[in-house]
Design a protein around this ligand. Structure first.
Ligand code: GTP
Length: 340
């Protein structure tokens, strides 16, 4: 209808922080393992990724070696930082102290350049290689995040901890890309209605090639409307599926007759990751892979994953044991035209 929106996305950060790795895992379906062979990016590597039918991502992977950073910031500011919709700055949590300081300087310079040349751009910061931080040292991430937020007071930024070795990468990139989807609110509204109509507890739409989440609706609320950070988001996931006692008359239909076990909070990202790995294995062995009728059951839940449009899949989860997968599929079939 409105033509295809082309969005310039800058991927910046020091050399070796993991920019090309994440790009190749998310957009080229590479396994994390294969990124060990990547060489340094020379200057800027541009790639176009068609995302849904009406969104084209124009990804600028900016090589992070110092000589290149100096060029972007001192000589090519206008070319690099103009018309940017989104800046993603990647910090390597495992960097040495002296590297961190220099990196922070470049980060500040990039923020200033963005403010000048693309003041409306959204800014995301990824604290990357979190797999290298022992789980009992999580305050390392929180400290870094606080430092960044304090430092970026006048520019709204969102910060995520990521690693190519787990589903955190999907979580962050889903949130990032979601902000670029032109009709995201319509999709969410349709999903809300769909969840209500088929007595499901949640429904999620994934983009087909990347398996990034682009819209979701759950009984816990509408995630796309919030502006919460990583930690708060997790809390929301964990607060979902209210026990019966909390159901009052007015929302009775949306509550469940028996005590509902809680779904894994990171289920969507895990699904993205599992499916991409699965797809990879099957493609490698030259087998023809189809998502058709892929169904998984989580204990008391019924989960159905089905193609929705040419570019998307939908995952629908129901907690009522009387709802059969076939009924959910039928509902998806009937709802398809609303999502085209
Ligand atoms: P330049 O192109 O020089 O700017 O570097 P880059 O930021 O593109 O880094 P690249 O993606 O080439 O990654 C450098 C190294 O980091 C590779 O050996 C990757 O395997 C590794 N790497 C990337 N992401 C992660 C991660 O999440 N965890 C760990 N442990 N290693 C990672």
């Amino acid at each position: 209808r409105g033509g295809r929106a082309k969005k310039k996305v800058l991927l910046m950060g020091k050399s070796g922080s993991g920019k090309t790795s994440m790009r190749s895992v998310i957009f080229s379906n590479h396994l994390a393992e294969s990124t060990k062979k990547l060489g340094a990016t020379i200057e800027v590597e541009q790639s176009q990724h068609r995302f849904l039918s009406d969104l084209m991502l124009n990804l600028w992977d900016c090589g992070g070696q110092e000589a290149f950073m100096e060029n972007y910031l001192r000589h090519d500011q206008n070319q690099i930082f103009s018309n940017v919709q989104l800046l993603i700055y990647v910090f390597d949590i495992s960097a040495k102290e002296y590297e961190k300081e220099r990196d922070f300087g470049y980060y500040t310079d990039c923020l200033n350049a963005i403010k000048e040349y693309s003041p409306d751009a959204s800014i995301f910061v990824l604290i990357h290689k979190m797999d290298l931080v022992p789980s009992d040292k999580r305050n390392v991430f929180l400290r870094k995040k606080k430092e960044l937020l304090d430092h970026s007071e006048d520019v709204p930024i969102r910060v995520f901890g990521t690693s190519i070795w787990d589903e955190s990468l999907y979580r962050a990139w889903s949130r990032i890309v979601h902000t670029l989807v032109p009709n995201a609110q319509d999709l969410t509204n349709h999903l809300d209605e769909f969840v209500e109509a088929c007595s499901a507890i949640e429904a999620v739409i994934f983009e087909k090639k990347t398996m990034l989440l682009i819209a979701w609706s759950t009984e816990a609320g509408d995630f796309s409307k919030d502006d919460l950070d990583d930690e708060d988001d997790r809390e929301i996931f964990e607060r979902q599926t209210p026990p019966d006692q909390s159901c009052d008359q007015s929302n009775k239909e949306r509550c469940h007759p028996s005590v509902t076990p809680v779904l894994p909070p990171d289920r969507f990202e895990k699904i993205s990751e599992i499916i991409k790995r699965w797809k990879n294995t099957l493609l490698n062995s030259k087998m023809n892979f189809s998502f058709q009728n892929w169904v998984q059951e989580w204990s008391n839940f019924t989960a159905v994953l089905e193609p929705l449009t040419v570019n998307t899949f939908i995952l629908v989860i129901a907690a009522d044991p009387d709802i059969l997968p076939g009924a959910l599929r039928l509902n998806i079939e009937m709802a398809k035209e609303r999502f085209i």
